[in-house]
Design a protein around this ligand. Structure first.
Ligand code: RIB
Ligand code: CA
Length: 315
């Protein structure tokens, strides 16, 4: 393990799977989480910022800085996903209302200030929701593009198509204009699409293992999984559900568990039929410049072994 933990900022729209990703990151000493910045996505911003603080309190990390960011996409009206995540965004278990503070500063201002003041390319940005905050920061402060070490993002799909429309994954669909800004900013991008996360499927044994931890974190993750699995089981007829966002953190911890290709990925933002589609030139049929490391493989069992061991570290 490196003596110097990786500095990261997690931009998130909790969401049960965001919650599991945050709990994984908080249990991993390889990562130095500078802050959570929240965005409207799975549920409105008032709930995503609340949920982020509830997750930190569940992990007994009331010291974590949580910022509220954008409450709507750059151009499109907000689309949320209560049908998947429930009305609170963290349905499945009752958690106490958060008492830790929400930071006063707007998340976008925090991002700009942090990337301008930190040593160049010293911080990784992990995005788990619509990329609205990042796009606003890049629009207001284009100079930070060269200062961001890299962005590891959950979003998009090529072989798997979409999950909210036939051609678009939710994070990209909610704010395709923001994704377009980020994908054309010349930043080092690692894309973790449905082509990976649909192979990171939960199952009944895993939920059993979580409950076997006899901890509040184990119980919460088991209850969240029980809840959001119902949607995917009905939709895909699968035994479990894809664990999307934790794959971002899993990649940071064990990149050897993943593989992909450096390719060109463009975002469709204007078509009413395919808005949010990630047009991934996997077969290199265009002369468009590669702008992303696009993953399509995960060692599913290795990932769940890592995830379970780390979640087991929470009291
Ligand atoms: O499509 C899956 C993504 O959309 C995940 O990040 C989930 O939390 C939702 O934000
Ligand atoms: Ca998310």
């Amino acid at each position: 393990m490196s003596l110097h933990p990786q500095k990261i900022i997690i931009d998130t729209d909790p969401g049960q799977d965001d919650g599991v990703a945050i709990l994984l990151a908080l249990a991993s000493p390889e990562l130095d989480i500078l802050a959570l910045t929240t965005v409207a996505g799975n549920v409105p911003l008032a709930l995503t910022q609340r949920n982020a603080r509830m997750i930190c309190e569940l992990a007994k990390r009331t010291d974590m800085k949580v910022f509220a960011g954008s409450d709507k996409p750059l151009k499109k009206p907000l689309v949320t996903a209560e049908n998947v995540h429930g009305k609170t965004g963290l349905d499945g278990i009752e958690l106490p209302e958060p008492t830790m503070p929400l930071q006063e500063q707007h998340a976008v201002d925090f991002l700009i200030e942090t990337f301008r003041s930190a040593p160049e390319k010293s911080i990784t940005l992990c995005t788990l929701g619509p990329m609205t905050n990042i796009a606003h920061a890049l629009i207001q402060a284009p100079d930070i593009a060269s200062r961001i070490k890299n962005i590891v993002l959950m979003g998009g799909g090529f072989f798997e198509g979409g999950n909210i429309t036939p051609s678009a994954e939710f994070n990209m669909f909610v704010d395709p204009d923001a994704a377009k800004v980020v994908f054309s900013a010349g930043i080092d991008l690692t894309v973790i699409p449905l082509d990976v996360t649909h192979k990171a499927m939960t199952n009944a044994q895993w939920i059993k293992d979580l409950r076997g931890m006899h901890t509040s974190v184990g119980e919460a993750v088991a209850a969240w999984t029980d809840f959001f699995e119902r949607y995917d089981k009905e939709k895909y007829g699968s035994e479990g559900a894809p664990l999307h966002d934790p794959c971002v953190i899993g990649y940071l911890l064990r990149p050897d568990l993943f593989s992909g290709r450096h390719i060109n990925v463009e975002i469709e933002a204007d078509s009413s039929l395919t808005a949010g589609a990630t047009v991934a030139d996997w077969w290199g049929v265009t002369d468009r410049k590669a702008n992303a490391y696009y993953l399509n493989h995960i060692d599913r069992d290795g990932f769940f072994e890592l995830l379970t061991e780390r979640l087991g570290r929470h009291a």
